[in-house]
Ligand binder design. Structure first.
Ligand code: GLA
Ligand code: ZN
Length: 681
């Protein structure tokens, strides 16, 4: 049952619409540009601007000498214009004086080269100097603006990422390993370090992975990613300490990056008050545009699921994204579609990078609300203003939840070890693509989905709200996961697993006693071997009288209690099981043994979701490239029907009739909650 969540910013029960804004680049022109910016912001229906990101050099031009006057002035202007400030800590880029005076703040790369000053997002997270400077500036900001009427949200740094291999970080990594394992004996065992004479006999021998050093201890590689995640968590907590002490009621966030591989976002989300992220879909505007739509929807669902509540779309491009290989313009309606899509999946804000284009440097051609031309007379400005207008009429949807009864598993630790695994298809196990393929089958049916990881599976009670749990390629089974999955199926849930499941434990050691390890009993199968196919090879899966193509990976399994639903069509394993179901307790556990084409997954989930009691938003099938996603407060469902095609589409919305959607159009339909579409039953 869905409920309504409180506003992200207290006393602002509206959708927030706005973006990153760098008034510090325009201080010399403040009398004209800043005033004009306020006028343009209001005209575009903008009520939030993120300021101070990358402003350290403007805020502290000399060590210990702060210059807050410009920020005072712009925040006052924003307050006068009823614009909420997402106020950033400036730590994502350093002033040059700091790098020069304290070289320890500069990172060391994986190959142990020390970087020079430059770029951004590249400070050492361990450096005591960097931490001290961060505390000082964050404290000064919080003290100065604690009572400022514009202050709404703290934006901590910007897009944490990368890693540092300096001596300070090496020492901290050793401490982390000591804390994790307690003894070298335990570490050696967890890392299987007798292999190639890797046994460690003193903690000082331990080093982070390096291309010219250690790369083949998979347990080490995994621990390094876990440590890097903890570094970001720890640095974030360090950054917010003064903010929480001085402004305890102001929510804090940092902008995440979808499936960015460098840290575990589920872990990071645990310390955020509200989750936010930066979304830059690669719209093609052509026939295959829906592929980008599926991925964007997946990443929105993932972001919402990190905390299971509405999130902030902190950045998106109002038009071209300059770092894409092809910086294509948004076709008419695409900007509205991209913005409504975020809201459909749980965003309570639509924000851009950025408000005004920077005149010089690396991002001068990135899409922005205000172009170099400077006026409101641009296509992009009008597109943004249209979104502002539409959001202003959507207050009832703000704060609503997502009534998902299906969860798909996406797990960073699993991804790290799969990417590291040597075997199967080297460097091409395709975890993201595999998860997206399963997700697509639900997207195309208009079934809302949560995306969860092993930590959430193992959280007591977390699976209670789901009827269907899908875990593509869950190669690593972390502690508590098998127990929770078993209990879920026993009490009536439906579980779907695939090829390459249950092969390694939480330190990347293979399970002995047969794959899929601790899921063997629940799935009722034993996976004996995995066959990898060359790109030009294929096999087929015969199910329900139909034959579906198979690529890449085929697992040779034995049914041990499971019923065989589908079989392989060719090769030496023709006739052997390729699709099984096991009745376990009151539920069912399916196993898809090979990588199939999307058509199979659509047919399979159409049937399996139906059998599990999971209903699509509309009874009638949706046209290709159209999805329907729902937000709900438990009383009213708001159904976002979105056409990702460059051509019109007709959607059968049941009792609401047939709607004709223009290319890239979004239509929002209201329906009482619980009243499922009965029209075509
Ligand atoms: C990221 C950053 C922004 C900007 C945009 C450009 O999301 O956070 O500062 O560089 O990319 O797309
Ligand atoms: Zn370091």
């Amino acid at each position: 049952m869905c409920k309504r969540y409180p506003p992200i910013v207290k006393n602002a029960p509206r959708f927030l619409h706005g973006g990153d804004y760098n008034p510090d680049q325009w201080i010399k022109w403040k009398d004209t540009i800043w005033k004009e910016d306020m006028r343009l912001a209001k005209l575009a229906g903008i009520n939030v601007l993120s300021v101070g990101i990358f402003a350290w050099a403007a805020l502290e031009p000399e060590e210990g000498k702060y210059a807050f006057d410009w920020l005072d002035e712009i925040l006052d202007l924003m307050a006068e214009n009823e614009i909420i400030a997402v106020l950033a800590t400036p730590t994502a880029a350093r002033p040059a004086w700091m790098s020069k005076k304290y070289p320890e703040v500069l990172r060391v790369e994986r190959d142990r080269r020390k970087i020079l000053h430059g770029g951004r997002h590249n400070h050492c997270l361990t450096s005591p100097v960097y931490r001290e400077k961060t505390t000082a500036i964050n404290t000064a900001l919080a003290e100065r603006y604690k009572n400022h009427p514009a202050l709404g949200v703290w934006h901590i740094s910007n897009e944490y990422g990368g890693e540092c291999h300096c001596p300070l970080c090496q020492e901290k990594f050793r401490e982390y390993l000591k804390k994790t394992y307690g003894s070298l004996d335990a570490l050696n065992e967890a890392w299987w370090s007798r292999f190639w004479a890797k046994t460690f006999t003193d903690w000082s021998q331990l080093e982070s992975p390096a291309p010219q050093g250690e790369t083949c201890i998979h347990g080490l590689n995994l621990d390094w990613m876990r440590f890097t995640t903890e570094q970001f968590v720890d640095f974030y907590l360090h950054e917010i300490t003064p903010l929480k002490a001085i402004t305890p009621d102001v929510p804090c966030t940092t902008n995440l990056m979808g499936t960015y591989p460098g840290f575990d976002s589920f872990r990071m989300a645990q310390v955020l008050d509200v989750v936010s992220w930066d979304s830059y879909p690669q719209w093609t505007g052509t026939e295959n545009n829906a592929e980008a739509g599926v991925w964007a929807s997946f990443t929105h669902d993932l972001t919402r699921s990190l905390k299971g509540r509405p999130f902030m779309l902190m950045e998106s491009s109002p038009s071209a994204t300059n770092w894409r290989p092809v910086a294509k313009l948004h076709r008419p309606n695409v900007h509205m579609l991209q913005s409504m899509q975020a809201v459909a999946h749980g965003a309570d804000t639509v924000q851009y990078f950025q408000f005004r284009k920077s005149r010089g440097s690396a991002e001068k051609f990135h899409g922005a609300v205000v172009d170099h031309e400077g006026s409101e007379n641009t296509r992009v400005f009008r597109d943004v203003a249209d979104v502002g207008k539409r959001l202003a009429g959507m207050d009832a949807i703000r704060g609503t939840g997502t009534p998902a009864e299906t969860a798909i598993v996406y797990d960073w630790h699993n991804r790290w070890v799969l990417d590291d695994a040597k075997g199967f298809l080297q460097n091409k196990t395709g975890y993201n693509a595999a998860v997206a393929a399963h997700y697509r089958a639900f997207w195309q049916q208009g079934i809302p989905v949560d995306i969860i990881d092993s930590s959430l599976i193992a959280t007591p009670g977390h699976l209670d709200k789901y009827r269907l749990l899908v875990a593509p390629m869950l190669y690593m089974i972390r502690p508590g996961v098998a127990e929770a999955v078993n209990a879920f199926v026993e009490r009536g849930g439906t579980f779907v697993a695939t090829y390459i499941t249950g092969q390694v434990n939480e330190t990347d050691l293979c399970f002995t006693g047969g794959f899929p390890g601790p899921l063997r009993k629940c799935l009722g199968i034993w996976c004996e071997e995995v066959d990898a196919l060359y790109p030009e090879d294929s096999n087929n899966l015969v199910w329900n009288g139909k034959s579906y193509e198979i690529h890449d990976l085929c697992e040779l399994i034995h049914a041990e209690g499971a019923q065989v639903l589908g079989t392989y069509g060719s090769d030496f394993y023709a006739g052997r099981p390729a699709l099984t179901v096991n009745n376990f307790g009151k539920g069912k556990a399916y196993f898809i043994a090979a990588r199939t084409v999307p058509g199979f997954l659509y047919d399979f989930y159409r049937k399996t979701a139906g059998d599990a009691g999971v209903k699509p938003v509309f009874n009638a099938e949706l046209p290709q490239g159209v999805t329907a996603q729902v937000r709900s407060d438990g009383k009213t469902d708001y159904i976002f029907t979105m056409n990702f095609n460059p051509s019109p589409a007709q959607v059968d919305c049941g009792v609401q009739g047939v709607k004709e959607l223009a290319p890239f159009e979004t239509v929002i339909i209201e329906r009482p909650s619980g009243q499922h579409d009965r029209s075509s039953q």
